[in-house]
Ligand binder design. Structure first.
Ligand code: FPP
Length: 237
């Protein structure tokens, strides 16, 4: 990862899009696209760990994704449960801590169990945090943070952006420096709405299953050429 102090790259977040189109292009069922997508996830995690990234966040299932055909939803959660089962040893070996962003109570039992098991087993790992956004919605996350602030009786003056961020799923984590979206779509789709305030965005036409480590390097090289001003002018230190 670039270590230039003026352009840190600690946290990458990815909207993995295009599994269905990848499959359609090959005359395959959408399920094959998701399977190939899971392979790309494996490759990306390994590459990010190798490069020394501190946080990697993957948008794996949004709240809105429940609107997909039931069969596809079931397949996605089966894939997730199997992925977690097969990858736990690798997460341990690579000292990666797994965390989840989203309302896990709504997940099917098998994937929720696999998830909580992997989260517990990896909780002391410290080389990289892997956030899986599941049953996630940025708007719900913010609304739920506000509800909890109110339930705890905070006064209006105490409700600051810093305070609110302590009630998000990402509490304690740095905001994403770089958000990547694959498949040519250029929108945020309810992803990390609060946390992306000053993230840099990188859009590529590459479909998610084709997103290789080389594609990651292209995104990083592009990011390295950016000038991040966080609302200031280039002259401010
Ligand atoms: C978007 O492609 C992708 C998803 C909705 C789910 C992402 C899931 C994976 C990458 C596979 C499994 C994940 C893990 C963590 C093991 P799409 O179906 O919307 O593609 P389309 O826009 O071309 O139809």
């Amino acid at each position: 990862m670039p270590t230039d102090a003026s352009l840190p790259l600690r946290h990458i977040a990815v909207i993995m899009d295009g599994n269905g189109r990848w499959a359609e292009k090959r005359g395959l069922p959408r399920s094959e696209g998701h399977r190939a997508g899971a392979e790309a996830v494996r490759g990306l995690i390994a590459e990010c760990r190798k490069l020394g990234l501190e946080y990697l966040t993957l948008y794996a299932f949004s709240r809105e994704n429940w609107g997909r055909p039931m069969e596809e939803v079931r397949l996605l959660f089966d894939l997730l449960a199997r992925f977690l089962g097969s990858e736990l040893a690798e997460l341990q070996r690579q000292d990666i801590r797994l965390q989840a962003l989203g309302d896990l109570g709504g997940l099917p039992f098998a994937s929720r169990t696999a998830l909580t098991h992997s989260i517990a087993k990896t909780k002391n790992n410290a080389s990289m945090v892997l956030n899986l956004a599941l049953n996630y919605s940025g708007r719900h996350e913010i609304a739920s943070a506000c509800r909890r602030l109110m339930a705890e009786g905070l006064s209006p003056e105490e409700v600051t952006p810093e305070k609110l961020s302590e009630y998000l799923f990402t509490a304690g984590q740095p905001d994403p420096d770089l958000v990547i979206r694959t498949s040519g779509e250029q929108r945020i789709s309810n992803f990390l709405l609060f946390q992306c305030a000053y993230s840099e965005f990188y859009f590529t036409d590459t479909l998610w299953p084709d997103f290789t480590p080389e594609e990651l390097h292209l995104a990083m090289a592009d990011y390295t050429g950016r000038s991040r001003r966080f609302g200031k002018t280039g002259d401010c230190s």
